[in-house]
Design a binder for this molecule. Structure first.
Ligand code: FAD
Length: 650
């Protein structure tokens, strides 16, 4: 008989895929929270499946201190080659080479490695950061209900969930072959020595009831949470059938270590993705497949041999066999977005649970993680009493737009990739590919006006869904667009001349940033403006103190950072107001000046900031720019903060 337990938790995360792990990672930065993280399967890591890490994802990994591991382990993608049939002979020829990502859109380029590694980085991070959020495997929810009378009460636990701890056999996952659910494939052979959790299902056959403040459904494309909420995926289930092979190839094709898009004259297209450890992934659209009565492809009939034969015919006259196959799958894609991402701002859906699409452009895992990168800090801030609940409305508002953009991008991309030469314009394909980098890299994301984004409300068609901004940002930094992530350029530390990427001085730790471009303080008028700003920031009623709990350190809620552009050796730390450079703090003040050991990257120019005027920038905990104004606009900044933060002092 099942034992019954009951407890209260702040957050329940359902599903330990990329979206679930990112939620857990964020929440581990908010001390004192009780978080449960359940996963129905008993395996720890993925093999195969997603393999691309986009530029923005790497920036975010870097902000958690995880990027270096990924960069070490991954294959780096530098160039993409296009191969098309020659009009006269029909034989494939290289027609273009372009950079894999548009140079300059991020300090990172796209890299590839399998999802299992990525999940391991998260597991390591959670262990190193308090070790109080752990994946509980072999555990799944059985029922969920929301008490709507309590959803607005901050202290209530309005979501009741029953959890079941599965017997070991029930949590086994089919690892190889056709019984694996469409598109999902997990392999045990890549489990690492770190997978030492032998306590799996120690509580077998236990059911428990938990009362949650928040639930995040990160349970993938077949989301149980979504179905319980009665939410529908909208869009099409396309007819495209994809075969994927991860192999160590034996071939005379010269570009096998490049990412390639190959269109053959009559045999279809293949995308080549060079991977880590000598692997290469081939994505092939399969045209001649057997179907079930319901029109879905009969995946049991698709073998690695069929996929490989298809690849051989596309790549001919070059030869292609393989030394080793590490993974294969075949799946039919749907391009769909859920009609709702949240119920009462208490139960949220993220990742594949609320959007699905084709995998070739390497988006799913990245966008899934970016969903919970958007959500995690908001829930953390509300739960710790720093922010009002209304910021949670911006999750669906900001991320559903991205999901819609993703589906539109995928439709265009999949059609051009899969179309036959003659039916589609191959030059147009190359152009779309190049233009799409901004979206595909994740760096082009721009959120609409809301209480978190101080932009012109008239630019936001769905503003009624959220709280509108009280202020409008000024156009003072041409290359710091409000609503986009704060791009990283380098500046030098005033105290020790070390060069830093500015994103690296703003790690993902839950803090807001108030960044002051102080300009050239050798100029008397500019110096006066900076001193005046400093006087304001030092006032006990200024936002620098107001939102910081009594007794907590200055800079612990809103971190003030300054980048000036006076000649470094002509100014001293003490020339700056204390509020910009607290005593014994050597990491708040930076300068745009010529470094000793590398070229001068001129960050004022890169950010489009006038050195004579400067500006102030408010950056959200997830690195997105919320507000830009003049040094004198402290009242506006205060208005901005008053909408998204709760005063912590009487
Ligand atoms: P998932 O990774 O599906 O994780 C969901 C988790 O929830 C699973 O672990 C599941 O076991 C668990 N779960 C499900 N139901 C329950 C339940 N009721 N209770 C408890 N746990 C539950 N994306 C990219 O970005 N780049 C790529 O290159 C790329 N390539 C791909 C290649 C292929 C062949 C495929 C199939 C996908 C690819 N994707 C790629 C997509 C990517 O894998 C997914 O978008 C991504 O895994 C989604 O992450 P997620 O966390 O939302 O869901």
């Amino acid at each position: 008989t099942a034992a019954q337990k009951s407890s209260d938790v702040d957050v329940l995360i359902v599903g330990a895929g990329p979206a679930g792990f990112m939620s857990a990672t964020w929440l581990s930065n908010y001390t004192g929270l009780k978080v449960r993280f359940v996963e129905k399967r008993n395996t720890k890591v993925f093999a195969g499946q997603a393999d691309g890490l986009q530029c923005r994802t790497l920036e975010v990994f870097q902000s958690f201190g995880m990027a270096q591991k990924a960069l070490n382990d991954a294959n780096h993608m530098w160039e993409i080659c296009f191969w098309d049939p020659e009009p006269e002979t029909g034989i494939i020829k290289r027609t273009a080479r372009i950079p894999d990502m548009t140079p300059g859109i991020s300090r990172f380029t796209q890299v590839v490695l399998h999802q299992g590694n990525i999940e391991q980085y998260f597991i390591d991070y959670l262990k190193e950061h308090g070790d109080n959020i752990k994946v509980e495997r072999g555990v799944l929810p059985e029922s969920i209900s929301i008490d709507e009378s309590k959803v607005d009460d901050n202290d209530a636990y309005p979501v009741k969930v029953t959890l079941r701890h599965l017997p070991e056999e029930a949590a086994e996952v089919e690892q190889f072959g056709h019984k694996v659910q469409n598109g999902l494939f997990r392999s045990a052979n890549l489990m690492t020595e770190k997978d030492d959790d032998k306590s799996l299902n120690a509580d077998t056959d236990v059911r428990e009831t938990i009362n949650c403040k928040y639930v995040i459904g990160c349970d993938g494309a077949h989301s149980w949470v979504r179905r319980q909420l009665g939410y529908k995926m909208e869009g099409e289930h396309t007819d495209y059938v994809w075969g994927v092979l991860d192999i160590v190839p034996l071939t005379d094709f010269p570009d096998i270590r490049h990412r390639c898009a190959i269109h053959s004259e009559n045999n279809g297209s293949v995308m080549v993705i060079p991977r880590e450890n000598g692997l290469v992934r081939l994505y092939i659209q399969l045209s001649d497949v057997e179907r079930l009565e319901n029109g879905m492809v009969d995946r049991s009939k698709i073998t690695p041999e069929i996929i490989s034969k298809c690849a051989q015919s596309i790549i001919a006259p070059y030869k292609l066999t393989y030394e080793k196959i590490s993974w294969f799958t075949a799946y039919q894609i749907g391009q769909r977005v859920c009609n709702n991402f949240s119920a009462n701002d208490r139960v949220f859906l993220a990742g594949d649970a609320c959007h699905t699409h084709s995998p070739k452009a390497g988006q799913g895992m990245n966008i899934s993680m970016m969903d919970t990168y958007n959500l995690g800090w908001k829930i953390g801030s509300v739960l710790t009493g720093r922010s009002p609940r209304n910021i949670l409305k911006t999750y669906q508002y900001e991320r559903r737009q991205i999901a819609n953009d993703l589906i539109n991008f995928d439709r265009k991309f999949a059609k051009l990739f899969s179309g036959k030469p003659g039916e589609i314009d191959l030059e147009e394909f190359q152009k779309v590919f190049a233009i799409s980098h901004l979206f595909a890299s994740g760096t082009g994301v721009e959120y609409d006006a809301s209480n978190l984004i101080a932009k012109d409300p008239s630019t936001a068609p769905n503003l009624k869904e959220v709280v509108p901004p009280v202020v409008k940002a000024k156009d003072l930094a041409a290359k710091i667009p409000v609503g986009q992530r704060f791009m990283s350029y380098k500046a030098m530390n005033q105290s020790d001349a070390r060069v830093w990427h500015l994103q690296d001085v703003m790690p993902s730790d839950g803090r807001w940033r108030f960044l002051v471009f102080a300009g050239n303080i050798k100029d008397a008028e500019q110096n006066r403006r900076v001193q005046k700003l400093g006087e304001y920031l030092a006032r006990p009623d200024a936002f620098t103190y107001k939102y910081t709990p009594e007794g907590a350190e200055y800079n612990s809620a809103i971190q003030t950072l300054t980048v000036h552009c006076a000649p470094r050796t002509e100014v001293e730390l003490d020339d700056f107001p204390r509020a910009l450079r607290p005593e014994h703090d050597y990491w708040s003040l930076y300068v745009d000046d010529v470094p000793h050991h590398e070229p001068h990257t001129k960050c004022y120019e890169q950010y489009g900031v006038d050195p004579k005027r400067g500006c102030v920038v408010v950056i959200r905990p997830d690195g997105y720019v919320g507000y830009v104004g003049d040094l004198e606009d402290t009242e506006e900044v205060e208005k901005y903060f008053s909408q998204v933060l709760i005063p912590q002092r009487k």
